[in-house]
Ligand binder design. Structure first.
Ligand SMILES: Cc1ncc(COP(=O)(O)O)c(C=O)c1O
Length: 466
C-alpha cells in the first residue's frame, strides 16, 4: 500500500515538473521509503515497475475518520445508559438526587479522594474551588497560559489576576522551574493543569506550595485517571476540578463537572455553594450558585465510569501505535515523563508546518484539532493584563505547532494505520517538492503535488467537541 502511495507521488511529480529524477532524488526516496515502513517502493521503481493509472490515492481506501467518534461509544454502551437514564426518569430525580450521590461516591473512590461534589460544569467546580480559598480582587494565582480558557475563568470569576508562567516544551504543562520567580506578596494559589491528560510535574510544584504556603488546586479537567508516580491525579492538591464535558475521557450527555478534595470542611462548603448557598432548604447562609449536577448526568456518568479504566487502556494502545508508526516521521510526538501515566485525552503532535499538515489530513477525510491555537496571555479577553507576543515563548511555539490527531478507545487499527500513512504521505510530498526544486523543504508549499482527489468531508461534531 505504501509502495503504491509513494510511487503515485513520484509519477505525479514527474508529470507535473517534466523532469527526470536525479540520483539524489533516489537517495532521498530510499530514506522516505524506509520512513514509510520499508515497503519496497524504491526497489519496485528501480526494477522498472510503472505505476498504473488506476493507482489508489491513499494507502487504505476508507471513509472519513472523525476526530472524535461519540456515536461509536454510544452504540457500545447504549443499553447501560438507557437503563440508567430510565431509572432517573422513573424516579424524577432530575437535580442532584441519588444518582448524583452514587456517582460522587464512585468517582471519589476512583480518584482515591475523600470527597467528590458533582457540579454542572468543570468551570463552576474550579470557580467554587477558588472561592473556597477566599480569593478576591488584588489576589494573584500562578497558572499556565497554555490551556483551555476556563482555567483562567475561575481566577477571573473571583476577581483575582492570572499570573502566567511558561510551560515545559516536552509536556505542555506549567514549568515548575519558573513558578517561584512569579510569586509576589499578592500570590494566593498555584493552579496547574494536567493538559491533554498528562500530569503536571506535581512534586516540585507541591514543594513550592508547602514552602510558600500557597494552596495548589489541580485543573484535572482533561485527566481522569492519569497517574503521577503511580497515584491518580486529583487528590494531590487541596482541591481539584474535573470536567465531564461530552468529549472528555469521562463525558456526560450534557454539561458536568466535579470538585474533588480530601478536606471534609471544604467539601461541605462546596456542597452548599453549588446549591444556592444553603444546607437547609430556603435558608441561605451566604450568596451561592445554581451549580448543581443534573440527575441524568449523574446516572450516565456512574454507568460510564465502569468503563473508564478499559477506555484509558485502549487510548494508551492507540498512543503506542501512533508512536510506533510515526517513529520515523519528522514530527515531535507526545511522550510520557518518567513520573507520568497519561490519560491520553489528546494525542498532540508538533510540526512547524502544522497548518498545512492539518489541511492535508482534512482533505483526506481525517478530522484533527488545535489545542490551542492562541495562548491565554494573547487572548483579547486578557488584553488588560498587558502581555505581548514573546512573553511566553514556549507556549507560543506550542500554539503554532500543535496538532491533535484522533484518539479514542473506538479507533481501529485500520484507522490508525490510515491516519499515520496520510501523515507520512504529507512528508513524502514535502520532501519531493524540496528535492525537485532544490530548496529546503521548510520553505516550500506542501501541495506542490496535487493529487486528483476529491476532499472527503470531515463529520461535523459541534456540540461535543472541546
Ligand atoms: C483544562 C480545562 N479546564 C477547565 C475546563 C472547563 O470544563 P467545562 O467545560 O466542563 O466547564 C476544561 C474543559 O474543556 C478544560 O479542558
Amino acid at each position: 500500500m505504501v509502495a503504491d502511495l509513494l510511487i503515485h507521488s513520484l509519477v505525479a511529480a514527474e508529470a507535473k515538473f517534466h523532469q527526470p529524477m536525479a540520483s539524489s532524488f533516489w537517495a532521498e526516496w530510499e530514506r522516505l521509503d524506509q520512513m514509510a515502513g520499508k515497503h519496497g517502493a524504491v526497489a519496485e521503481r528501480k526494477s522498472g515497475l510503472k505505476a498504473s493509472s488506476g493507482m489508489k490515492k491513499t494507502a487504505v481506501n476508507a471513509g472519513p475518520i472523525p476526530y472524535l467518534d461519540l456515536p461509536a461509544q454510544m452504540r457500545a454502551i447504549r443499553k447501560d445508559v438507557d437503563a440508567a437514564i430510565a431509572r432517573t426518569l422513573d424516579n424524577c430525580t432530575f437535580c442532584l438526587g441519588p444518582d448524583v450521590a452514587q456517582f460522587e461516591n464512585d468517582f471519589a473512590r476512583f480518584i482515591g479522594a475523600g470527597h467528590c461534589i458533582g457540579f454542572n460544569s468543570g468551570t463552576s467546580a474550579l470557580h467554587v474551588a477558588l472561592l473556597l480559598l477566599d480569593l478576591g480582587p488584588g489576589d494573584e494565582v500562578v497558572t499556565t497560559p497554555f490551556t483551555f480558557v476556563a482555567t483562567s475563568w475561575a481566577i477571573s470569576y473571583v476577581g483575582a489576576k492570572p499570573v502566567y508562567v511558561d510551560i515545559e516544551d516536552s509536556t505542555f504543562n506549567l514549568d515548575p522551574r519558573l513558578v517561584e520567580r512569579a510569586i509576589t506578596p499578592r500570590t494566593r494559589a498555584i493552579l496547574p493543569v494536567h493538559l491533554y491528560g498528562h500530569p503536571a510535574d506535581l512534586e516540585p510544584l507541591l514543594e513550592i506550595s508547602r514552602k510558600q504556603k500557597l494552596p495548589l488546586v489541580e485543573d484535572a479537567a482533561q485527566a481522569h485517571g492519569a497517574k503521577y508516580r503511580g497515584k491518580t491525579v486529583g487528590a494531590f492538591g487541596v482541591m481539584a476540578g474535573f470536567s465531564f464535558y461530552p468529549g472528555k475521557n469521562l463525558g456526560a450527555y450534557g454539561e458536568g463537572g466535579a470538585l474533588v478534595t480530601n478536606d471534609a470542611a471544604l467539601a461541605a462548603h462546596a456542597r452548599a455553594l453549588r446549591d444556592h448557598g444553603s444546607t437547609r432548604r430556603y435558608y441561605h447562609d451566604e450568596v451561592g450558585f445554581n451549580y448543581r449536577m443534573e440527575g441524568i448526568q449523574g446516572a450516565v456518568l456512574a454507568a460510564k465510569l465502569r468503563h473508564l479504566a478499559k477506555w484509558t487502556d485502549e487510548r494508551r494502545q492507540v498512543a503506542h501505535r501512533y508512536q510506533e508508526l510515526l517513529a520515523e516521521a519528522p514530527l515531535q510526538l507526545p511522550g510520557e515523563a518518567e513520573y507520568a501515566e497519561s490519560a491520553w485525552h489528546l494525542y498532540v503532535v508538533r510540526h512547524p508546518r502544522r497548518d498545512e499538515l492539518k489541511k492535508h489530513l482534512e482533505s483526506s477525510g481525517i478530522g484533527c484539532g488545535l489545542h490551542y491555537p492562541l495562548p491565554l496571555h494573547l487572548q483579547k479577553c486578557y488584553s488588560k493584563l498587558g502581555h505581548k507576543p514573546g512573553d511566553f515563548p514556549v507556549a507560543e511555539k506550542a500554539a503554532r505547532e500543535c496538532l491533535s490527531l484522533p484518539i479514542y478507545p473506538e479507533l481501529t487499527e485500520e484507522q490508525v494505520l490510515r491516519i499515520t500513512e496520510v501523515v507520512k504521505e504529507f512528508f513524502g510530498e514535502m520532501a519531493i517538492s524540496s528535492i525537485l526544486r532544490g530548496r529546503k523543504a521548510e520553505s516550500l508549499p506542501v501541495s506542490a503535488l496535487d493529487f486528483p482527489s476529491q476532499p472527503l468531508r470531515v463529520p461535523d461534531m459541534r456540540g461535543y467537541l472541546d
